[in-house]
Structures are given as C-alpha cells and as structure tokens.
Write a protein that binds this ligand. Sequence first.
Ligand code: FAD
Length: 396
Amino acid sequence: MTFDAAVVGAGPAGAWTARSLALGGARVLLLDPSHPREKPCGGGITGRALDLVADAVDARDLPSVAIRSARFTSSSSLDACDVPLEGGALVVAGRRDFDTLLLEAARRAGASVLGARVTAVKQARGGFEIESTAGTYRASRLVGADGANSFVRRQLGEMFRRDQLSIATGFFAHGVTSDQIAIELVSDPPGYLWSFPRPGHLAIGICAQADAGASVAHLRQLASRWIERTRIAPGARLEAYSWPIPSLPAADLERLHPAGAGWLLVGDAAGLVDPITREGIYFALRSAEWAADAIGSSEPEPWRRYVERVREEIGTDLASAARLKRRFFRPGFTRLLIDALRHSAAVRTVMADLVSGRQGYSDLKWRLLKTFQLGLAARFFFDKARHTRRPDRIGD
Ligand SMILES: Cc1cc2nc3c(=O)[nH]c(=O)nc-3n(C[C@H](O)[C@H](O)[C@H](O)COP(=O)(O)OP(=O)(O)OC[C@H]3O[C@@H](n4cnc5c(N)ncnc54)[C@H](O)[C@@H]3O)c2cc1C
C-alpha cells in the first residue's frame, strides 16, 4: 500500500502532523522507534502551545507542575528577582507524558504508528520509498519530524552547521520539585542555567551556542557547581543528559527553506526554536499544522506556501531574537535587567510574557521603551549607555 504521507519522528511535531493529516482523511504512516521515552528537555510548555492542542489533549490528563513564578539571577549580580507568572502561562511536564498524549491523539485520529527507525529515504516515482528497521514503505509525501539530528534533513536538505546549534546539558534531579522555575543568565559562555520543576523531579540544565568553545563536560561542570551553590536540589539523585538544540543565526532564520518537492521539515528538524529562550514545542506544533495544511491542499506545489508561512510567521520574529541574543547575555545588560526587574512591575510583566511566549521580539523594543526603563532599552537595542550602571528609572 502507498500511504498519502509518511511522517518520520513522533515527537510533538511528528505526532501533531500525523494527527492533523489523519483527521483530514489522509492515510498516514508515523515512524519512531523510541516511545515511550523521556526526551532531554526542560519540559516547559507555554499556554499558547497547550491552546494549540486543546481539542486533543486535556491538560488535566497531563501530569505537570503549574508554574507560579520565575526566579531570575545573573552571574554578574548578587541580586535576584521573582517574577510572578499568571495561572496557565507555563506548565512543566515530563516529555514522556506530553509526547505520549500527542501520540495517542495521532493514533485515535487514524494514523498508523510503527515503532521503527527510518534508515533510508529515496525519491521514487510519484513519491518516496522509506526504508526502516521494520521494512520498506511507500508514500506520496514525506515529513521529516525527526528532531535536531534529523536524518531526513541530512538526506534531502542540508545538515545543521555547528554555528546553527546550541549544546544543552544538565541533570534530571530526582526526588525534588517546586512550583518556581529558576533562571541564571551567564556571560561565559553566553547563555543561561535553568531549573524547571516537574512532578517528582527538576530538569536542570545549561545551554550555550555550540561554536562558543565550551565542551559538554565543561558545561556540565558549570551546572553541577550551580546546583551546589544554589542548593536547589538537596539530596537529589542526579541523572545526566545532553542534547543539541537548533539555534540559527538571524540570516538563516530569514532564509528558512524547510521543504522541497514533496517533502517538508517540521519542528526542530526545520530549525524552529527560539534562539534566546530555546522554546521549541510551540513552533513544532505550529509548523505541524501548516505542513498538514500544505499536504492536504490542492495547490500544485503546496510546499512553497508552507515555506512562505514559516518564514513570515516564525522566521521573521525568531530572526529578531537571534539579532538580540548577542547583547542579551552580556554582564552589563543582565545586571541592568535584574535591577529593572526588581524595581519595575512593568518590566516584570514584559519578562513574564517573554517566558510564556506571549511577547514576540519584533515589537519588544517598543514594549520595553514603554516601561521607561530607558537604560535597559538603550543597552539592549542600541548597545549604548556603556557607562550607565543603573537604569534611568522614570516610572513604573
Ligand atoms: C535540554 C533542552 C531543554 C529544552 N527545553 C525546552 C522547554 O522547556 N520548552 C520548549 O518548548 N522547548 C524546549 N526545548 C526544545 C524542545 O525539546 C524541542 O524543540 C522539541 O522537542 C521539538 O519537537 P520535535 O517533534 O521537532 O522533535 P523531537 O521532540 O526531538 O522528536 C523527534 C523524534 O524523532 C525521532 N527520530 C529521530 N530519528 C529518527 C529516525 N531515523 N526514524 C524515526 N524516528 C526518528 C526521535 O526518536 C524523536 O522521538 C529544549 C531542548 C533541549 C535539548
């Protein structure tokens, strides 16, 4: 039998593509050898991501922690600030639980799920031949939803370069939890440390651009020292992990081209991750919906529309984030940021919206300027005010 579409990878992007296609009446094959599995991830799922899957996933069925606040610190400041998060802005869940619910939704919609690894994809007459550890299948369309190390991307497009990836590493700290996320902004290497509480454990990690010169071992040592210094996980059993995250430069995000004749890439495989917060689940789900729309459409070359949509609705904003990233982790900026967070309710609201994905980057400048934290806005957007030690606090 020839399937209408084969989807390689059943993370959020693949399961949601398969479900959307199957609901539209397509015969879909979804291949992934790994389930049930935990994916190295913070597990932070924003309200906007949960909204996208609300008709398939009842949030009450997802074991998760509703986050009450985010604690911000910086390696260049002794101060800390707790930023309240509104109910539902962010929940944290294990990826085994979240991805299983999405996979079940795909199965319920009628997708055929196969626990097999794809080992080769070949363009064949009228579609694709997909070799897997469970046999060879044919499909008219092919979707690569196989994550940051995407096999489909390597076969049909271009593999990620080192400067297009971050390294993330850290520990699951079993036996400890909380209802507060902790984020420490660090300048060497530029990035941040985090602790995301899930039911029964914390996901603790650090990430840095892969070409910044820091090895996995060095980053993991920084995470260990942070755990000791902050006493965030007393007595916990630590389980180490590491995994790449696509973190594309601005020019690449503006020129995204995650598709070709008959094939499309979604989620991490397409490079759709916020280069500052590293939120990827929302973009995985969003691109999945658009990929399914494109495959289901009657246009002659629907992948062109998919590429345009990804560029316009995701690429442009993430490119703004990539341009700001260079300044975001500088000590001068993070010092000002912690100070502004402590003193300005308006800046705390902007930060809460950024963490929960409600604030984009294209209009962040104006939103920050409106808080009247002019030193902060100037340092962030114009790289001026080098000698300003305190923000010019005019009002909240
Ligand atoms: C440490 C870390 C922390 C993160 N924290 C967050 C966070 O808090 N919030 C957030 O939104 N994002 C976070 N991200 C990003 C997020 O994890 C990804 O953006 C998200 O998982 C992307 O979903 P996906 O479906 O595209 O890929 P994945 O979830 O990676 O799924 C890909 C699937 O493809 C399968 N696969 C791979 N190769 C093959 C093959 N050859 N054949 C068949 N199947 C294959 C794999 O088994 C896997 O199940 C984090 C990432 C990391 C590494």
